[in-house]
Design a protein around this ligand. Structure first.
Ligand SMILES: *Cc1c(COP(=O)(O)O)cnc(C)c1O
Length: 414
């Protein structure tokens, strides 16, 4: 299958909801088919409705704070001494990360559908926190499903979710983490879909959730393409866009307007979480050629053992700690339109140190993975090459981990 230049990647799937005939789809129980179908109809109507688009743009501008900055990292560029290094500071967005785009759009859709309630799942708690923020803004009652184990280890986010007036539903089944929270949330949705909407926190899950999330985060590249043309007059001859990849929503959003360009002009580099150097575990199914399997209703490259059981992951970054990845990225990998690689925990920490030493920017541990690879590659490139890193999260949320890992150095840098 080939890429169609004029069509958005989110729409380049077949009638089974699959990209490249292989990835995505709707591997869901019969009972979920009806609510999914209703959501497909609603979304396909509203995404072309001028009033709805104006409403979305108004919230993105006045509440999320669009556009986020596009800045040159001069000191860092000089220190590295190769390509020009720039950053799209998506952590400027309300809540400190890109998850707010998807959460806002799901709330807007829920309102249009006349729903009074919205539910969502969360692992580390950020998707839950953002959904609870959006739900509060749009006047929806919100429940967040979260594994009991995650509730224990992600206290601050649990507190934040509750402060926003949302209810946290602990999930005690299975491994008591994200995987089980998603399943439990879907079960709840099936039973309550007449009154309740559901939000999936990344470009994963059944086809329609991949599409809605990708459509929402593509706000990032719609801003970026204008900002780049503004700064350089046109799209530079050598442009490299680096983004971390967990589920894949920030990277898809960062790239979507640029996928149609030739890869010799605009290269797309996705950086997964390689985990600790000393561990065999990782969260990098694309980099390490994991086998194809089904996770959360969709076919994808996913970390699994010999008999297809989902493997445990390990990463310093909670946001990237996911065994699977969006079908959109599986498709881009197969097409060789994007290149995927991994950074280890240690490399991400070093990149964090370097960025905060030279610049007034505090990338969270997720984008620090992208910085690690970008800075390493920028060294060998010419000044005419423009490297842009999506700084999609703010490190304030990683304060405790950074303190524990960097000790005294942390205070000097932060
Ligand atoms: C959740 C999260 C990620 C990973 O999710 P994607 O869907 O891959 O974007 C990355 N960065 C930050 C800051 C996050 O909160």
């Amino acid at each position: 299958m080939k890429l169609k230049k004029r069509k958005l990647l989110i729409d380049q799937h077949d009638k089974y909801g699959m990209w490249g005939g292989k990835f995505g789809g709707n591997f869901v129980p019969e009972t979920l088919k009806k609510p999914i179908y209703d959501l497909e109809i609603l979304f396909s109507k509203l995404r072309n409705n001028q009033k709805f688009l104006a409403e979305r743009d108004k919230y993105f501008k006045d509440w999320v704070g669009a556009p986020t900055r596009f800045i040159k990292l001069n000191n860092l560029s000089n220190h590295i001494g190769g390509a020009q290094i720039w950053s799209k500071v998506v952590s400027d967005a309300n809540g400190g990360a890109h998850k707010i785009y998807n959460a806002s759009v799901h709330c807007l859709l829920a309102k249009e559908a006349g729903k009074k309630f919205i539910v969502g799942d969360t692992g580390a708690g950020y998707a839950g926190k953002m959904l609870s923020m959006a739900a509060k803004k749009f006047g929806l009652k919100c429940k967040i499903f979260m594994g009991a184990k995650d509730i224990k280890r992600q206290r601050p986010n649990v507190v934040a979710i509750k402060k926003n007036g949302a209810e946290v539903i602990p999930v005690y089944t299975g491994s008591q983490t994200l995987v089980d929270a998603v399943s439990e949330c879907m079960r709840y949705w099936v039973a309550n879909c007449d009154t309740t909407a559901m939000c999936v926190g990344s470009t994963v899950g059944p086809n329609i959730f991949v599409k809605i999330c990708g459509w929402s985060t593509s706000q990032i590249s719609r801003e970026l393409i204008v900002q780049i043309k503004d700064k350089f007059g046109s799209i530079p001859k050598r442009l490299k866009l680096y983004n971390c990849v967990g589920g894949g929503s920030s990277s898809y959003g960062f790239w979507s307007e640029f996928i149609r360009y030739d890869k010799r002009q605009v290269e797309l580099i996705g950086v997964e979480a390689g985990g600790p150097i000393k561990s065999k575990k990782h969260a990098a199914p694309l980099t390490y050629d994991s086998k194809i399997g089904v996770l959360h209703g969709a076919m994808q490259y996913v970390n699994q053992d010999k008999i297809g059981q989902i493997d445990e992951t390990e990463s310093i970054s909670a946001g990237l700690d996911y065994p699977g990845v969006s079908p959109l990225h599986c498709f881009l990998k197969d097409l060789k339109r994007a290149r995927y690689t991994a950074a280890s925990d240690e490399q991400a920490l070093n990149a964090y140190k370097l960025v905060t030493k030279f610049e007034n920017l505090r990338p969270s541990l997720e984008p620090s993975h992208a910085f690690a690879v970008a800075l390493n590659e920028a060294k060998g490139l010419s000044k005419n090459t423009i490297v842009v890193v999506n700084s999609c999260g703010d490190a304030i949320k990683d304060k405790n981990i950074l303190k524990a890992r960097l000790g005294k150095n942390y205070d000097k840098l932060y």
